[in-house]
Unconditional design. Structure first.
Lengths: 268, 280, 338
């Protein structure tokens, strides 16, 4: 998060109109549509909506999606922190190119991501590695699209970290590993959690790359987003809306929980 | 919430042993996940020569897909730029009831699955939707037409300009603006002559990011587009279409084009971001 | 480079103007000077056929001033889009239930299938697409359940193509003398051999030609299309197989019924049917043979009517809670390990 200079905020000229317009734009584009999803979900009654979410195929998709997303998020926390560390504390030829490419999953279309992963790790792989249409493939696609999140939240914190603490700990006899564990990681934890939350939110909703790579096998490699898409196309908007609301709620809860934990972690 | 940071400081060497191990593991991971796939993409796209690549861009479908995508991205980014600058100023410089709520709302699009975006827009703006039904009776169609795709694209790229501009606005402080106001400048004048130039780099950086995101949207567009060739078939949808028609060359060509645009956008935005931060 | 406010405002106004023109031109179906635009919304595979058909139609007197917008995608997706408001004058789908969906919404007239050809403009049959030379020697339905054979078929809950495939498999088993239970068991064994179920028939075909699987259950016209696109595949027409009938209709919302009907008449004409036949579709009109030679007639050809019609079949097999396929998919999801 950036430092804020103490500039007093005031309700200045035009604030009212500005807030009104901003609220209007947000409402028309984001709030009303998302509200409509929640509304549609319960339009047949809450019991029916729950039934749509817990029907065999959607439920299996949801469980699988959550499971893979959790694993992918955990991997990202480790690799993301590791990569951030290497980018900040290390120097090597081509580092600037690597810096740039880390952000590529942000800007690359998801269908292109799916296509490139399929060509390298699918049936036509030049490396003769074929994991297409497996759960591993889902994990792979999700790792790709969530790559930048933890790296980019940890990196600025790592850069600003006060090296004196680490030096002091080292002077007092702590081993390198202990310094990392006791001094560095606790400071990085809030940032890691933020990145993890963002990565998780992205992972559970991913569609383009997974749909190309996973084979969408019902009860096996079908993720929630694909199932929702099928529901939309099978003329079951209530089912689609119910599942969508479920995904939104899960994302909200996770982000809230991480936010609360982060606030406690930074206070302690 | 998230700002993409640039290490403006020179790399700090780590005294921990095993530095090379860390480097190898990190770079190896990136190679397998990122670099190798992208290299293969280039190989498959350019593998049959520049002639084959070029001819897949000059088909009428490809050309119209590019035009459609540019129009859509342009509109969506224009909308989000106006909103982005306005919202950034409101969030950073002004106080009003619900400011924190606005702060949270701006980030919502990042947590929504693209398929849900499409569904949400259809429910409201589709023929049988609340707003859509009314519009339909007056002869205006949004979903399955170009405006629907613009809406979907605007949704997913909403936070990008705000989150690029707001931190820079915050760090700059409003002393200059206060000074201008004291000297008698109107709010609009202050905005035009003082605020806007100071956030110029951050603004363009946000616009470039939003543009890159908008060019590449696929999931939401899949749901709301009617895939009418020449009218609502975007570049990403064309890739899908070409794959299904065994036109691998065309699919890879379009994919590599989008990838190059993404890399270009990242290059520009990096430069701008480091410049914006250096001014602070 | 500087985004000055005036420029920003101008940009917004300009883009609004562009959007308005684009939006109005995509909803209006007539340009100036007597030209009429028909919106064709169809499933994915006949796209190359329509490219030729439209060009040929525009050379006739009836089609001289008719322009077309074309949209192709998975049959269910397209039907759903039209149901949700996508502008369409002529619609063609892969299976009848996608058409009846629109009839229920009054977007297609009740009597769409009252004509001579019952609303079907082309036919095809369920076939096995195999690698060139048929290395695994797939000849008939029982070969598909042999151990080690990998079968591709799309997800029946999102693809019309998959439903034809499954009903073809079931019907063939029944024809071979199986009871309902045994035919159901055959389907279960078949699905044990299915490693991936794509969302659409077209995607399944792409996956197959990319190297996945030993055999793809698909339509004859898709197999022919793949061969015409120089993919190294062959196809086998089993003796007992299902007749696929593709429905077409003019919508009730068309602003140009006369021209739309004229286009349909062209599609049913010898000239139109010849183009279909040359692209791999079985004509519905007598006396039309493709350039490459007549289509083989399977000895045990049966129709959806023999299986009780689409409505009954959909309920029996594809009901999301009690369908035969739902149960099979669920049981496989639990027991398969990968």
């Amino acid at each position: 998060m950036s430092r804020r200079r103490n500039s007093a905020r005031r309700a200045g000229q035009g604030t009212g109109i500005g807030v009104g317009l901003a609220t209007l734009y947000l409402s028309l584009l984001v709030l009303l549509p998302l509200g409509a999803v929640a509304w549609k979900a319960q339009s047949g009654g809450l019991a029916h909506a729950w039934g749509q979410v817990t029907a065999p195929q959607p439920w299996a998709a949801l469980k699988m999606t959550l499971a893979v997303s959790v694993v992918v998020t955990l991997i990202n926390v480790i690799t993301g922190t590791l990569i951030a560390w290497v980018l900040v504390r290390d120097d090597f030829a081509g580092k600037r190119a690597v810096e740039l490419l880390i952000d590529l999953p942000f800007a690359l279309p998801t269908i292109v991501a799916g296509l490139v992963l399929l060509s390298l790790y699918g049936p036509t792989s030049p490396l003769h590695v074929d994991i297409a249409f497996t759960r591993l493939a889902i994990g792979l696609a999700l790792l790709f699209v969530t790559l930048p999140f933890v790296v980019r939240t940890v990196q600025p914190v790592l850069m600003e970290l006060d090296r004196d603490m680490e030096s002091a700990a080292a002077l007092l006899g702590a081993s390198g590993l202990a310094v990392v564990r006791r001094v560095v990681l606790p400071n990085l934890l809030p940032a890691m959690l933020t990145g993890a939350g963002l990565a998780f939110g992205r992972a559970i909703g991913e569609f383009g790359s997974v749909s190309l790579l996973s084979g969408n096998l019902p009860f096996h490699t079908e993720v929630s987003a694909v199932n929702i898409y099928n529901q939309i196309q099978s003329d079951n908007p209530v089912g689609a809306a119910a599942q969508s609301t479920m995904l939104l709620a899960i994302a909200a809860v996770v982000l809230l929980a991480l936010g609360l934990y982060r606030r406690r972690a930074s206070r302690g | 919430m998230v700002s993409i940071e640039v290490p403006a400081v020179a790399a700090q060497k780590t005294p921990i042993r095993g530095k090379y191990l860390l480097r190898v593991v990190a770079l190896g991971y990136l190679a397998l996940l990122l670099l190798l796939p992208m290299a293969l993409l280039c190989y498959r796209a350019f593998g049959h020569g520049l002639g084959a690549l070029w001819s897949s861009f000059t088909t009428s479908e490809a050309r119209s897909a590019v035009v459609v995508t540019l129009i859509v991205a342009g509109c969506a980014v224009a909308l989000n730029t106006v909103f982005g600058v306005g919202a950034a100023i409101l969030l950073v410089r002004r106080s009003f009831p619900g400011r924190r709520i606005l702060d949270v709302l701006v980030d919502i699009p990042q947590a929504v699955s693209p398929i849900v975006v499409g569904l949400a827009l259809i429910l409201v703006y589709g023929k049988f939707g609340i707003v859509g039904g009314w519009l339909e009776r007056h002869g205006i169609q949004l979903i399955f037409s170009l405006p629907g795709i613009v809406l979907a694209t605007a949704f997913v790229s909403l936070p990008l300009v705000v989150r690029a501009v707001a931190p820079v606005l915050a760090e700059l402080g409003d002393e200059q603006e206060q000074a201008a106001r004291t000297l008698g400048a109107s709010a609009w004048h202050t905005f035009r002559r003082v605020t806007l130039p100071s956030i110029r780099d951050a603004l363009v950086y946000g616009v470039v990011l939003a543009l890159a995101r908008s060019l590449g949207e696929y999931g939401a567009v899949t749901v709301v587009s009617g895939r009418v060739v020449g009218k609502t078939l975007t570049m990403t949808l064309l890739i899908d279409d070409r794959l299904q028609n065994f036109d691998q060359q065309a699919a890879y060509s379009m994919a590599v084009l989008l990838a190059l645009l993404a890399v270009g956008a990242l290059l520009i935005s990096r430069r701008l971001q480091s410049r914006a931060r250096r001014l602070v | 480079m500087v985004a000055m406010p005036r420029t920003v405002v101008a940009l917004v106004l300009a883009s609004t103007a562009v959007v308005a023109t684009a939006c109005s031109s995509s909803t209006a179906s007539s340009a100036g000077g007597g030209d009429v635009t028909l919106n064709l919304v169809a499933y994915s595979t006949p796209a190359p056929a329509y490219a030729k058909l439209i060009a040929a139609f525009q050379k006739t007197a009836a089609g001289e001033h008719v322009k077309f917008t074309q949209s192709y995608g998975a049959s269910g997706d397209q039907s759903n889009a039209v149901a949700n408001g996508q502008a369409a004058d002529v619609v063609e789908f892969s299976l009848e239930t996608d058409m009846t969906k629109l009839v229920k919404k009054n977007l297609v007239a009740d009597d769409w299938n009252a004509g001579q050809y019952h609303g079907f403009v082309t036919d095809s049959v369920v076939v096995f697409v195999v690698r060139k030379g048929n290395p695994k020697d797939i000849k008939d339905w029982p070969d598909l359940v042999k151990s080690g054979i990998k079968v591709l078929t799309p997800n029946p809950f999102s693809s019309g193509s998959a439903r034809w495939n499954i009903l073809g498999a079931y019907g063939a088993a029944k024809k071979a003398g199986d009871s309902d239970q045994q035919a159901g068991d055959y389907l279960t064994s078949l699905f044990k051999n299915v490693p991936v179920q794509d969302a659409s028939g077209a995607k399944a075909l792409t996956d197959f030609t990319s190297g996945t699987g030993d055999v793809l259950i698909s339509y004859e016209n898709e197999a022919i299309y793949a061969q015409q696109k120089k993919q190294s595949v062959d196809y086998v027409v089993p003796n007992d197989t299902l007749l696929i009938e593709n429905p077409i209709a003019v919508t009730t919302t068309t602003k140009h019924p006369q021209q739309a009907e004229a286009f349909l008449d062209f599609l049913y004409s010898k000239a139109g049917q010849q183009i279909f036949a040359d692209t791999g579709y079985r004509p519905v009109v007598q006396g039309v043979t493709p350039k490459t030679g007549a289509f083989p007639t399977p000895s045990g050809l049966f129709t959806i009517g023999d299986l009780g019609g689409w409505h009954a079949a959909t309920t029996k097999f594809f009901d999301p809670t009690n369908g035969v396929l739902t149960k099979i998919e669920k049981s496989l999801g639990v027991s398969t390990t990968k």
